[in-house]
Each structure stands twice: as structure tokens, then as C-alpha cells.
Design a protein around this ligand. Structure first.
Ligand code: ZN
Length: 430
């Protein structure tokens, strides 16, 4: 996860000639076939999935569609997972202006995902129900995959070239020092369960509440620094395609990413998902809900001669952050002479700060309508909106007169998430 203002100016870094050349070659290739399957063993009944193909980008226009594959692993009840399954996609799409081209739409997605996650969390908390959920939400549009995640369900990508990439973050407190620091700085306490005699047991948890995750949707009975702001990663596959695997922690407690990829290689998606669940349950037993979604992104006509991967042109097109996770044993020389990975990273950002996530550095002047709240999309009167930069501790970058703007209610939510609202106010609210 990056702590800096890790906005990647992908479009500004690629020379125009490269863009034009791509336009004439790979970009004109037909959209891939998308085939998916899922499997699961339920123990608590708190895992839910959303598998939706042929979603229309422009309502009524069936020629431009995308697919959604999402996993919701609930805790302390199923209400948050069910609510999120039913409302999150609408809240994301509702945060994207309707008049964008496909490229603009894809560029707007990372910010819309942040807005949609926060709105869903805020709306669910207003229902005053306890329970929370992890979310791993993948949008597949042509060869571009955008994944937003909170919690510890995982999304893994295997490229056609055989490299394995993680497209999600791990928001377990035990695994994520940066998140532990954020929560401590926001007034939370991180520690293990104390049995009384001084013995501490189990994973690191956040107090009050005792949740082992630092991000989720719901969980109103824990501190508001358990935030719904997702880690977002957007990549573009080569036209050779690839396979996505989304699973809840029931799988990842038993299998590594590589083991999950390897145990089902060559199987069709339904069989592959069943195989991953079977391996996980065989290894650890059915301790938890164990759910798996497998999505194959396949060239439209595999009989066509293979398209050569685009030549590496300029630094930044292929991100070095993408390491082959399975290559620990291979030598440096092997790596230097191996083929470059042709999965291209377009966007990655994991900051929990809304000011960093809703900012618009991409030249999209209409991404946020001036008098609409950037999170909940409610219309505001002129001067009613509060800049997302208000109260920033970094005066060098402070631009309070600039949007995007938040409504009063979403501004209060932002302050609470950043630990700027006292616990007493928080308690009054519930
Ligand atoms: Zn709002």
C-alpha cells in the first residue's frame, strides 16, 4: 500500500506515438470472452457473492458493458454483507457522470469506487444495525480489471504468461503495520485479547470493538477509524488474457495465492472454484465460510495467431511494483533475461484519506459536479459544500476553495474517519 500521493499519471507518461500505435493494433482487438464460476462451503452463512455480467455503462445501451464479480464476507451477522451486496454497485455507478467516454469512465472508476464504498458504509450505519463485511469488488471491462477491497478477502490474478499478482490489500491488523499506525494515530488501540492473567492470545485487534480488520463496511460498534475506504488497483491484461480468483479468508488461511492458482490450472472456472474450496477445506477443515469465484478472461478467438505483446516503451508503462510472487527461487540473472510482464499497472492507491482519494488530478473537469457531494451525490446549494481539503494539515497543498466538495453530513463522516471527532460525539450518535 502506498502512503504517498501515489497518483499514477499513466496517460501523461505514455508518448503519443505509442498511444496511436496501440490504437491501431491491440486496442482494436475485440473484447475478451468472460467465463466465471463459483463454489463454496458455508459454516456461518455470512459469505455472499455478486456475479453480474452485461452491466450497461450507459443505461439502455447494450453495446458498452462491463462485468462485476464481488465477494462479501460478513462478520457479527449477515446484514452488512447483504446490504452491501444490494447497494454498492448502484452507489459506485451513481458516482460516475453519465456522459463519459469509455476511457474517461475507466479513469473515473477508482474515485467512484471510493465514493461508493463510503456512501454504502454511511447509509448502512444510519440503519443502526451492527455487523460488518469485507468487500472484494472486481470490475472487468474488456482487458481492464479494476479491483477495490476492504478487509482480508483476496483477489489474485494469474496472467496468461503465468505470473501471479495480488490485486487486493490485506487489511488484517496483524499483517499491516501502516494500518496499525493509522488507527493508533486516530485514537484507537491495537492489541491482543487479554485473558486476565497477563496472557495475550489471538491476532492483533482494534479496541474498542475487538475487530481484527482495519477496514470494512459496517461495524458501527467499533471505532470510526475502521474505515470503508478501499484499496484500489487497476491493471490491463495483454490480449492473451488471464484468470482472476476471488476468495474469502477461509481459503487464504489454508492456501497461498500460488497454491490456489496451481491446484486448478487448466480446469474450467466452475471446476476450478470447486477445486480451490476442496483443497482449502481438506487442508484446514471447514472452520469458516469458504467461498471462491474464478473468472477467466479469454481472447475472443483462441484460434487466431497469438498477438505479440506490446514493446516496452518508456519507464512507468510497466510498473516494477509488480513482482512475480512465485520467483523467490529464481536468480537475478533469470529475472533479467525473462520476458517482461505484460500486465500493465494503470492505477494503485490505498490511502485512507479522502482528500487524497477524491482529488482529481486526471484532467476530467466534469468528474465532480460543482454542487454535488463527491461522496453521496446529494445536490448542495452554492457555498454549502465543504472542500475535501478543508482542515488539511499540509498548508503547502491546501486548496480549500477547490473541490471536490462534501455535504455537511459526509464532511462529518470524513472527520470521524480521521479521528477528529471525539469519542463522546461518536457515542451520542449511536
Ligand atoms: Zn454527502
Amino acid at each position: 500500500m502506498s502512503t504517498n500521493n501515489g497518483h499514477h499519471h499513466h496517460h501523461q507518461m505514455v508518448p503519443l506515438a505509442v498511444l496511436l500505435k496501440r490504437e491501431l493494433t491491440s486496442e482494436k482487438i475485440e473484447k475478451p470472452e468472460i467465463i466465471h464460476g463459483q463454489a463454496g462451503h458455508s459454516k456461518k452463512g455470512e459469505d455472499f457473492t455478486l456475479l453480474k455480467t452485461e452491466c450497461q455503462r450507459v443505461p439502455g445501451d447494450g453495446t458498452t458493458t462491463f462485468s462485476v464479480f464481488a465477494l462479501f464476507d460478513g462478520h457479527n451477522g449477515a446484514a452488512a454483507a447483504i446490504y452491501t451486496r444490494e447497494n454498492l454497485l448502484n452507489n459506485i455507478v451513481g458516482a460516475i457522470p453519465s456522459d463519459l467516454s469509455r476511457d474517461e469512465w475507466l479513469a473515473a472508476l477508482p474515485r467512484a469506487l471510493v465514493a461508493g464504498f463510503v456512501k454504502t458504509d454511511k447509509d448502512f450505519q444510519e440503519k443502526a444495525q451492527t455487523s460488518g463485511t469485507t468487500v472484494t469488488f472486481a470490475i472487468v471491462d474488456g482487458w481492464v480489471i479494476t479491483v477495490a477491497s476492504v478487509g482480508d478477502s483476496r483477489c489474485v490474478l494469474e496472467s496468461a504468461e503465468g505470473s501471479v499478482y495480488s490485486l487486493s490489500a490485506d487489511h488484517r491488523l496483524e499483517e499491516n503495520e501502516e494500518e496499525r499506525e493509522r488507527i493508533t494515530a486516530s485514537g484507537g488501540e491495537v492489541g491482543r485479547l487479554n485473558t486476565g492473567g497477563g496472557a495475550e492470545i489471538g491476532p492483533l485487534r482494534c479496541w474498542p470493538g475487538g475487530l481484527c480488520l482495519s477496514r470494512s463496511i459496517g461495524d458501527m460498534d467499533v471505532g470510526e477509524f475502521i474505515v470503508p475506504v478501499p484499496y484500489v488497483k487497476q491493471v490491463k491484461l495483454s490480449t492473451a488474457g488471464g484468470r482472476l480468483i476471488l476468495s474469502s479468508d477461509g481459503v487464504w488461511d489454508a492456501l497461498s495465492s500460488e497454491a490456489a492458482v496451481n491446484c486448478c490450472r487448466g480446469m474450467p472456472p466452475n471446476t476450478a472454484a470447486a477445486q480451490i474450496v476442496k483443497e482449502a477445506v481438506q487442508f484446514k477443515g471447514l472452520r469458516d465460510d469458504t467461498t471462491c469465484i474464478v473468472v477467466d478472461i479469454i481472447p475472443p478467438d483462441k484460434l487466431d495467431p497469438p498477438v505479440p505483446p506490446p514493446k516496452k516503451q518508456g519507464k512507468g508503462v510497466f510498473k516494477s511494483i509488480f513482482r512475480k510472487k512465485s520467483s523467490e527461487s529464481s536468480s537475478t540473472i533469470d529475472r533479467e533475461f525473462s520476458e517482461p510482464d505484460v500486465v500493465e499497472e494503470i492505477f494503485e492507491e490505498g490511502s485512507a484519506m479522502l482528500a487524497e482519494r477524491l482529488d482529481t488530478e486526471y484532467p476530467l473537469c466534469n468528474m465532480f459536479k460543482l454542487f454535488m457531494c463527491a461522496v453521496c451525490q446529494v445536490e448542495m446549494k452554492p457555498k454549502e459544500g465543504i472542500s475535501v481539503h478543508a482542515g488539511s494539515s499540509n498548508p503547502g497543498k491546501l486548496r480549500p476553495w477547490n473541490g471536490p466538495f462534501l455535504c455537511i453530513s459526509c464532511q462529518a463522516k470524513k472527520e470521524a474517519m480521521e479521528g477528529k471527532r471525539g469519542i463522546s460525539t461518536f457515542l451520542e450518535k449511536i
